[in-house]
Write a protein that binds this ligand. Structure first.
Ligand code: FAD
Length: 106
């Protein structure tokens, strides 16, 4: 089975990168696509406990994607939920775009 930490880092890179390239003014089709994608991602993610908890998070915190910033912030909050669960530091979601779009390295 895949290494849960390596898989996680790669997956967060993919997920935050998707929010970074998401349109500033998404169409209803754009919004429907990301909701479908994340719904399936939550079912297919190859770490079962992770996938299950992510699905519960999405049940309680519906995907918000009416703008790039809203979607990037939603994803940051989803990531922070996992950070809290794992006892990691929370990330300041005001900085999601700096981290994942306009760029700095950690
Ligand atoms: P990661 O958490 O992988 O973060 C990578 C980089 O993202 C960080 O270095 C930082 O620059 C940036 N970052 C950190 N927080 C945020 C944020 N909130 N918003 C934006 N950027 C941020 N692991 C488990 O052991 N159990 C689980 O149940 C679990 N569930 C997961 C569910 C999902 C959907 C995903 C994608 C991953 C899950 N993981 C889980 C993996 C876990 O989140 C980490 O990826 C893994 O522990 C490696 O952590 P890391 O400290 O290297 O950095």
């Amino acid at each position: 089975p895949p290494d849960v930490e390596e898989l996680g880092r790669s997956s967060w890179t993919l997920l935050h990168s998707i929010t970074a390239t998401y349109p500033e003014a998404p169409t209803s089709n754009d919004q429907s696509n990301v909701k479908q994608f994340l719904g399936l991602f939550g079912k297919l993610y190859p770490c079962w406990v992770c996938a299950e908890d992510f699905q519960v998070f999405m049940e309680r915190n519906k995907v918000r994607a009416e703008s790039r910033d809203e979607f990037g912030t939603w994803m940051c909050e989803a990531h922070n939920e996992v950070n809290r669960k794992l006892g990691k530091k929370e990330f300041d979601c005001a900085k999601w775009e700096e981290r994942w779009r306009t760029g700095w390295k950690d």
